[in-house]
Design a protein around this ligand. Structure first.
Ligand code: HXC
Ligand code: NAP
Length: 289
């Protein structure tokens, strides 16, 4: 269910990288519902054109699409110019495109690292720089960048080391520029999602039997994956004028997952209620020793 009131994003022009699928598509869908005009981009032209067509006809909003690789700065400039030409400008950037897959790190080639870091870190830098330069040059105020990171941006995580390294970089960029560019009227924030069901993520991170073996729902205090509209609601708030004093923040949306992994005694969840009587006897007995 949508959180913000009708037309909350009316007049906003939003560029969403990776907007053709998964979380990017869900955010674009809600931004259009709230009256924004959107430009989505990714490598696969057919997919983004189909998404733009579907969402434009679903909403009164205008959704455009243009293909490009976030790693290639010429593509980035071409996509941004397209936005200025066809939407009259860009007010909001969503750094959402990503590449990721699980692997023991010693099995990775340097090109595998290059690929993921290129998409996640260099791609986010490319778009932030291209738009930041334009906004600052024209002294445009009230602009904002929202980057989608993940909870292991600060904890790190084995088996997704290129992604963890790159997401940590995106978070550092967000916090650094929030300060440096705050005085120029640009806000930067991030969202750190836990697991949400998208085929892009699940097919690469929990393929085959791993989906059962490492079922994220077992690790999440709320006992379920995130819903796409929950992420869309948070993102819409963070790019809207309602959050105009939020700058340099990262908001976690993971049902409590990473804290459960971090708290020393959270594993005691497995103790059944009846066994606590016995345990209490032991802990009380410790008083006399
Ligand atoms: C080992 C692999 C590999 C794999 C690719 N490589 N896949 N190595 N295991 N599964 C190696 C290749 O052999 C090659 O190295 C290098 O990586 C580049 O591969 P390409 O296929 O040329 O890369 P490219 O076409 O750039 O594709 C990028 C990609 C791909 C990341 C590899 O998966 C992709 O397009 N992903 C986009 C969508 C995505 O990943 N979505 C998930 C986001 S989920 P060599 O040496 O052979 O040349 C997410 C959630 C995190 O981030 C948090 C969850 C809680
Ligand atoms: P997804 O559907 O695979 O989205 C990734 C998007 O990035 C795709 O649309 C892809 O499109 C685009 N992309 C990849 N490489 C690109 C490149 N070089 N240039 C331009 N676009 C590129 O997966 P998702 O789950 O929605 O992920 C969206 C974001 O959420 C990512 O930042 C991810 O790290 C983050 N996240 C997801 C989860 C989760 O559980 N789903 C959890 C935490 C964080 P093309 O292939 O057409 O280029």
């Amino acid at each position: 269910m949508g959180m913000l009131k009708e037309d909350a994003l009316k007049g906003k022009r939003i560029l969403i990288t990776g907007g053709g699928t998964g979380l990017g598509k869900a955010m674009t869908d809600y931004f259009l519902e709230l009256g924004a005009a959107c430009l989505i981009t990714s490598r696969k032209d057919e997919i983004i054109q189909a998404t733009a067509k579907e969402l434009s006809s679903k909403h009164r909003g205008n959704c455009l699409a243009i293909a490009g690789d976030v790693r290639n700065y010429e593509d980035v400039e071409r996509v941004v110019s397209y936005g200025y030409e066809h939407l009259g400008g860009i007010d909001i950037l969503i750094n959402n495109a990503a590449g990721n897959f699980i692997s023991p790190t010693e099995r990775l080639s340097h090109r595998a690292f290059e690929s993921v870091i290129g998409i996640v870190l260099q791609g986010s830098i490319n778009y932030t720089l291209a738009l930041g330069k334009r906004w600052i040059e024209a002294n445009e105020q009230g602009k904002t960048v929202l980057s989608i990171v993940t909870t292991y941006a600060w904890t790190g995580s084995g088996y997704v080391v290129p992604s963890a390294t790159a997401k940590a970089g995106v978070l550092a960029m967000t916090r650094s520029l929030a300060v440096e560019w705050g005085k120029k009227g640009i806000r930067l924030n991030a969202i750190a999602p836990g697991p949400f069901h998208t085929s892009g993520a699940m097919d690469r991170l929990l393929p085959g039997e791993l989906a059962q073996l490492l079922s994220p729902t077992k690790r999440i205090p709320l006992g379920r994956l995130g819903k796409l509209e929950e992420l869309a609601n948070l993102s819409a708030y963070l790019i809207s004028d309602y959050s105009s004093y939020v700058n340099g923040e990262v908001i976690t949306i993971d049902g409590g997952e990473w804290l459960k992994g971090a708290g020393e005694f959270n594993g005691l969840d497995i103790i059944p209620d009846e066994q606590w009587n016995e345990i209490e006897k032991l802990t009380r007995k410790a008083k006399s020793t």
